[in-house]
Design a protein around this ligand. Structure first.
Ligand SMILES: [Zn+2]
Length: 456
């Protein structure tokens, strides 16, 4: 059967329960992530009803499944879809708006004023849609988001076809979205109810940070998260200033305060964790807290370098996130994960630190575990959803190829991502987005740019 690929119309997708005939996706290499370190050559993923039915040698698959739709990827490596464990998708509209400023100046003098003026449902929809286009094109199939109007972000995610875990930010102070912490919490609960039936969505609770949320609100979040059994995402120990401020105000660093309030547990995704003592690392490991590591944002805002190798060695589950585009300025999980690996080699003085297979685990399975979604995604295993991406290793920049796993991060880049599937649905077909109108998106981005900072 000749190599082929097809574009599904958006009307075909939302029905995850729809029965479809199997399809075969052949690739030069398949890295399933589980079992660790395995690289399959000339194999094929059999997809049926949006799930992985089998992974077989190519010839055997053709024998077992004759006359079904086939996609033959030449010199490609097929991996689980990358999972961006922490972002603020809407902030893609603020890409490059306030570079070269430290966190609190960046937030207080640039980002929060811009949000006060422009935050709206339309801003969130357009920004999230722009982010989904960039993420799909760069091999990300799932993202964990913290922002306002996350019901609107949910609609943008559904439109894109991506999988998303969304949390409405919870703060004490008012924004156009809510008046106070109770208002944000109420919206978080209502949004979860609204989208419970959507298999590609998961809702989180997202208290912004220890310095923007009171003890009372943290205790409310702990109680509600336990009742609803949802993950909690919070920025923690991002800067030294945050730790010093907490010591001045509460007498302890934020992690000790959160421990006192019962916040540390296996449903918590602690974002950043740049400044961690050995005792704090030990406590996180003991409590089963997950960490979202965002190396570019931490460097760009001058916050520091998280001790990821020490956290992994202690047994903490660490995933990778890009953070928002306003502090990155790209949503590129391949380069983000590459940097994560290189930084740990550099700061530990150990070239063996964070090798490619572990980097890939962080960008896929570890993130799925943090989100409580590893029954469905994070590795290519029969029974899991067919969330996959293909990266072309045939170009001059990736020649020769001794180790496709290493090439993923150290030689290839997002421009080599050719195909992305979520639940077996093709969202990126040989570099073309199947659900998103790129020209329309570019026009929207330019309109927002004129509103946020008109050209002189
Ligand atoms: Zn963030």
């Amino acid at each position: 059967m000749p190599a082929s690929s097809s574009t599904l119309s958006s009307s075909m997708v939302s029905a995850s329960s729809t029965t479809t005939s199997p399809q075969l996706i052949h690739a030069r290499w398949i890295i399933p992530v589980e079992p660790r370190g395995v690289v399959l050559e000339d194999h094929c993923v059999v997809v049926a009803n949006g799930r992985i039915a089998a992974i077989l040698p190519g010839a055997e698959a053709r024998e077992q499944y004759p006359d079904v739709h086939e996609t033959s990827l030449g010199q490609h490596v097929l991996i689980p879809g990358l999972i961006n464990l922490h972002t603020h998708a809407t902030m893609t509209l603020m890409r490059g708006l306030a570079d070269d400023t430290p966190l609190m100046t960046w937030l207080q003098e640039h980002i929060w004023p811009a949000e006060t003026q422009h935050l709206s449902a339309q801003f969130v929809f357009d920004g999230t849609e722009l982010a989904t286009a960039e993420m799909i094109r760069s091999g990300t199939t799932c993202f964990a988001d913290m922002y306002f109007y996350h019901d609107v972000a949910a609609r943008a995610a559904l439109k894109s076809g991506m999988r998303a875990a969304l949390g409405g930010a919870i703060l004490e102070f008012p924004t156009p979205y809510a008046a106070d912490a109770e208002g944000y919490l109420a919206k978080g609960i209502a949004t979860r109810e609204e989208f419970l039936a959507e298999s590609r969505l998961k809702l989180l609770l997202a208290p912004h940070a220890p310095y923007t949320v009171s003890d009372k609100t943290i205790q409310r979040v702990v109680t509600i998260a336990a009742e609803m059994d949802v993950p909690v995402m919070m920025h923690i120990h991002e800067t030294l200033d945050e730790c010093a401020q907490s010591e001045a105000e509460y007498g302890v660093r934020p992690i000790a305060r959160l421990e006192r309030l019962g916040m540390l547990g296996p449903n918590l995704i602690a974002v950043h964790c740049v400044h961690m003592t050995a005792i704090e690392i030990e406590l996180f490991a003991k409590r089963g807290v997950h960490v979202a590591h965002c190396p570019v944002s931490n460097l760009k805002l001058g916050s520091g370098i998280a001790p990821v190798q020490a956290m992994l060695t202690a047994g903490i589950n660490v995933g990778v996130g890009t953070d928002g585009c306003a502090s990155n300025n790209r949503l590129d999980m391949l380069s983000e994960t590459r940097l994560a690996s290189l930084l740990q080699k550099g700061i530990t003085g150990d070239a063996a630190a964070l090798p490619a297979h572990q980097a890939l685990e962080m960008a896929t399975l570890n993130a799925a575990k943090a989100l409580g979604w590893d029954d469905d995604i994070g590795s290519l295993v029969p029974g899991k959803a067919a969330d996959m991406v293909a990266i072309d290793l045939s170009s001059i920049e990736t020649q020769p190829c001794y180790d496709p796993e290493s090439h993923l991060f150290h030689a290839a880049s997002r421009e080599h991502v050719t195909h992305s599937w979520v639940a077996g649905e093709l969202l990126l077909d040989n570099g073309a987005l199947t659900r998103i109108d790129v020209n329309e998106l570019k026009t929207k981005a330019r309109i927002w740019q004129q509103r946020l900072r008109p050209n002189p």
